[in-house]
Design a protein around this ligand. Structure first.
Ligand code: PLP
Length: 415
């Protein structure tokens, strides 16, 4: 018997999946909630909520320290979540996954620990023009401390990186290229595999900010060839306050601790401290135990749907969203890259985004207005803020129909 594998995964049923998310069924200001603020934070499915409740009701205790049953259970679940995330990212071993508070802390860990030992006076740190502040400011602080230079890969009007300019930036002084895989302000998907390869060819390492990629597409850190990959749990159906850093083992081995205290040591005396093995060397103090356990459940949930299916469903939905919004007179899209995921950003002629956001909220539509922690992007487009609708696999075309109708109502109010 021969088995045929479908070239394209079968579509997903967003209407059925929505039922897994209790928050989505509520009304806001008397209207059915339309949740389009997923780039800021996604909603939480029932299996993740259940995993958190189970931990608090049943296994609540500290990890790695107790010999008693509850501590053993909590430790097993905490470590099993790490293995699940390792597989989700296709890292080669669990020791390469460090739990953090989120993408911000992951990047700070690298800037502080790796940066302190690898970036010196006159060296270059390269970021891109479309980074979130959390992939700018830690590097800026590092560069100020070390007397290094922050260099920026420019972008074009569509919001695509001008990679022909990268080689010019990759001098022998380049130490790291830190770049987002998906822009939270524009939705641009960057070719991070190619960027990592070019960084390596120049003797630099590559950090990928995957905060907006991991919720929307399959991620294989070995295939990407990156040295570091940062993500946030709360953007991918996990709890708040948990995230992770993938880092190649060889790098983690030689990096100094980021924070210090309990759990990151193997022995302490007043004369000398020996650090713990990986990844605990980078997990000082009591970690976000419930968060990690919830994250394990989130990864299981996403994998039960399939990241390929999520990616193909969402890219079709994004096309619909763009088409629907582009048809609105007076709407200026911000970011029109050929390869995009998750996000549509725009401004509406003569309505300030803050006013638009308030009017949309009164109609039950939750989205984000502001600079999206990407002020350099706003400056590039000459705006102080945009309106950003960001989707997840539980959104439907009806959500964007509701958004388009609500924008027309706002236009009438401001006419
Ligand atoms: N990087 C990108 C691209 C983001 O969109 C965000 C959050 O919006 C972050 C980093 C920071 O994530 P967190 O606030 O979860 O640490």
């Amino acid at each position: 018997m021969s088995v045929t594998v479908a070239a394209t995964p079968p579509g997903l049923d967003a209407r059925t999946l929505r039922r897994d998310f209790p928050a989505l069924s509520q009304k806001v200001h008397g209207r059915q909630l339309v949740y389009l603020d997923n780039a800021a934070s996604s909603q939480t499915p029932r299996p993740v909520i259940d995993a958190l409740v189970r931990y608090y009701e049943h296994d609540r205790s500290n990890v790695h320290r107790g010999v008693h049953e509850l501590s053993q259970r909590a430790t097993d679940k905490y470590e099993s979540a790490r293995i699940r995330l390792q597989r989700f990212l296709n890292a080669s071993q669990p020791e390469e996954i460090v739990w953090t508070k989120g993408a911000t802390e992951s990047i700070n860990l690298v800037a502080s620990s790796w940066g302190r030992t690898h970036v010196g006076a006159g060296d270059d740190v390269i970021v891109s023009a479309m980074e979130h502040h959390s992939n700018i400011v830690p590097w800026q602080i590092l560069c100020q401390d070390r007397g290094a230079n922050l260099r920026v890969i420019p972008m074009n009007e569509a919001g695509e990186l001008q990679l022909d300019r990268l080689d010019g930036l990759l001098s022998p002084r380049a130490r790291i290229v830190a770049v987002t895989q998906v822009s939270n302000a524009l939705g641009t998907v960057n070719p991070v595999r190619e960027i990592a390869a070019r960084a390596h060819a120049a003797g630099a390492v590559c950090l990928v900010d995957g905060a907006q990629a991991a919720p929307h597409m399959p991620v294989d850190v070995q295939d990407l060839g990156c040295d570091f990959f940062a993500l946030s749990g709360h953007k991918m159906c996990g709890p708040t306050g948990i995230g992770a850093l993938f880092a190649r083992r060889a790098l983690l081995e030689e990096m100094p601790p980021y924070q210090s205290g309990g759990d990151m040591i193997s022995s302490v005396s007043f004369e000398k401290t020996e650090y713990n093995e990986l990844p605990y060397k980078f997990e000082a103090g009591t970690p976000m135990i419930a968060g990690a356990i919830g994250m394990g459940a989130a990864v299981d949930y996403l994998q039960s749907i399939g990241m390929d299916r999520i990616a193909s469903y969402e890219s079709e939905l994004l096309l619909y969203a763009v088409e629907r919004l582009d048809a609105i007179q007076g709407l200026r899209p911000i970011g029109t890259a050929r390869s995009r995921a998750g996000v549509v950003s725009f401004e509406i002629e003569s309505i300030h985004p803050a006013d638009l956001g308030t009017i949309l909220d009164r109609q039950g539509i939750a989205l984000r207005v502001g600079h999206h922690c990407a002020e350099p992007v706003m400056r590039f487009y000459g705006v102080s803020a945009t309106t950003r609708a960001s989707l997840a696999f539980y959104n439907t075309r009806a959500d964007f129909d509701a958004l388009a109708d609500a924008i027309e109502i706002a236009k009438e109010i401001f006419a």
